[in-house]
Design a protein around this ligand. Structure first.
Ligand code: SAH
Ligand code: ZN
Ligand code: ZN
Ligand code: ZN
Ligand code: ZN
Length: 439
């Protein structure tokens, strides 16, 4: 309940951890006063995953710097991307009976390596089809504080891809969306008239075993760091430049653990990279983008991307018990698509209960009623919301107006005097840990 951490961001000359440049943070106390600044890992919010820490004003000795460099080198993957690509080439030449995948090391094995992994669990007879669906072969890295790898349910992935192709896009920059990338890659290899191409940017290096350097870049989306250096950055740039930068869309589904400003700053850099493609300098648009994120981050995303709007479509996941579709009797997914495309272009499936609101000019959930007073379809979570005349806006059906707080809240909330906005929803009256959006 006391103070917190504020992100100051990526600053020039920041020290490096194995995950690229560290981010600068500052501790704040209850009164919001800033304390000492420090650098911490951008990718891992748990010190167990990356223990890098340095005070901003700390004097680091030559010896510790050398030790750190050595440490960073030793914490890189044991094979380079190039080596993994070569290994995969050798692997596909093997007869089925010799194709093994080590489940403990999450690695394709060549026969000469069997011995070293003999005590490990492995899968046999790895088929070409399996090699084309690495997201099924690899186990999802669910560690919430680092990878938070939640894979799209097939129907959500299919929906996204159909939407992308119907909108006429030809290239997808897949940032942290390995399953979408995989669906595109396998369709491209199977259907001759399927013209969409994808480049995957992800921190999960296991994917380098299945994709070439033109199909995958080892990338950290919290500090816009290409682990493969200038060559990898160039691959990304070239991908965006093709076809004069036309018909490309970026799709991203980052871990939800916060640091929205770090993500936004990286995405702006990717957008800037695309913008450099404009030949006459007259293109004022932004690179089209789908940012997949929970609805309660709406105000945070709009802070950084005012041109974005949130779609009602509920994105479902395979390995996330809570985020499956409502129709199956489970909880509804809070995950939505934020986009800078015109909302009316995003056609949502009527058979899944979405309808078009002619006033709002966008597709909405069937439960989302158009409010005459707000003059918009105001529900964020798919349930029917109610209008509060005192708040002058629609609120969740479970909320009541509290005269103490002078706003609507859950009936059993504790009237709190904190005036600093909540980290998650930006509203006053509560902290992140008790944010009603998360309950
Ligand atoms: N729904 C998506 C997966 C989203 S899970 C799909 O099915 O394709 C989040 C993804 O972001 C994971 O693939 C994870 O490896 C990746 N990721 C996590 N932290 C990252 C970081 N710092 N930089 C880049 N990618 C990251
Ligand atoms: Zn780190
Ligand atoms: Zn409406
Ligand atoms: Zn209203
Ligand atoms: Zn109210």
């Amino acid at each position: 309940g006391s103070g917190g951490l504020a992100l100051l961001g990526l600053v020039p000359g920041a020290p490096l951890c194995p995950h690229g440049p560290a981010l600068l943070f500052v501790k704040t106390n209850q009164r919001g006063e800033e304390g000492r600044r420090f650098y911490a890992c951008s990718a891992c919010r748990d010190r167990k995953d990356c223990h890098f820490f340095q005070w901003e004003d700390e004097k680091v000795s030559e010896a510790s710097l050398a030790a750190r460099e050595e440490y960073n080198r030793n914490h890189q993957p044991s094979f380079t991307h190039r080596q993994n690509v070569e290994r995969c080439k050798d692997f596909v030449l093997l007869p089925l009976s010799k194709r093994r995948f080590c489940q403990e090391c999450q690695q394709l094995l060549l026969p000469a390596e069997w011995e070293k992994h003999s005590a490990h669990q492995f899968l046999c007879d790895i088929s070409t089809a399996q090699l084309k669906s690495p997201s099924q072969l690899l186990y999802p890295l669910e560690n919430k504080k680092t990878n938070a790898q939640y894979l799209f349910a097939d129907r959500s992935c299919q929906f996204l891809l159909d939407l992308i192709t119907d909108l006429g896009f030809r290239r997808v920059l897949s940032v942290g969306t390995p399953r979408l990338h995989e669906m595109i890659q396998s369709k491209a290899s199977q259907e001759e008239d399927f013209r969409v191409r994808s480049l995957l940017l992800d921190i999960d290096f296991r994917y380098s075993q299945f994709y070439t350097e033109d199909e995958f870049c080892h990338y950290n989306m919290f500090n816009h760091y290409f682990f493969g250096g200038e060559a990898a950055r160039e691959t990304c740039r070239k991908f965006l430049y093709q076809d004069n930068g036309e018909r490309v869309i970026m799709v991203t589904d980052p871990p939800f653990g916060g640091l929205v400003e770090a993500l936004a700053s990286s995405f702006k850099k990717l957008m800037a990279m695309w913008k450099e493609t404009e030949k006459g300098g007259h293109k004022t648009q932004e690179m089209p983008m789908f940012w997949i994120f929970p609805y309660f981050f709406e105000s945070r995303i709009l802070e950084f991307f005012p041109s974005f709007s949130m779609m009602d479509y509920q994105v479902d996941y395979d390995n996330h018990a809570l985020y499956k579709h409502g129709k199956t009797g489970r909880r509804q997914s809070p995950v939505r698509i934020f986009t800078n495309l015109t909302p009316s272009m995003i056609v949502l499936p009527v058979e899944e209960g979405y309808r078009f609101c002619a006033v709002c000019q966008r597709y909405v959930s069937s439960g989302n009623q158009h409010c005459e007073i707000c003059n918009s379809c105001t529900s964020k979570d798919g349930r029917r919301w109610k209008h509060c005349v005192l708040c002058k806006k629609c609120v969740k059906p479970s909320w009541f107006h509290c005269n103490n707080c002078n706003c609507c809240a859950l009936q059993n909330h504790t009237c709190d005097k904190t005036d600093a906005g909540c980290f998650v929803c930006g509203k006053a009256g509560h902290k992140r840990s008790t944010c009603p959006s998360l309950s």
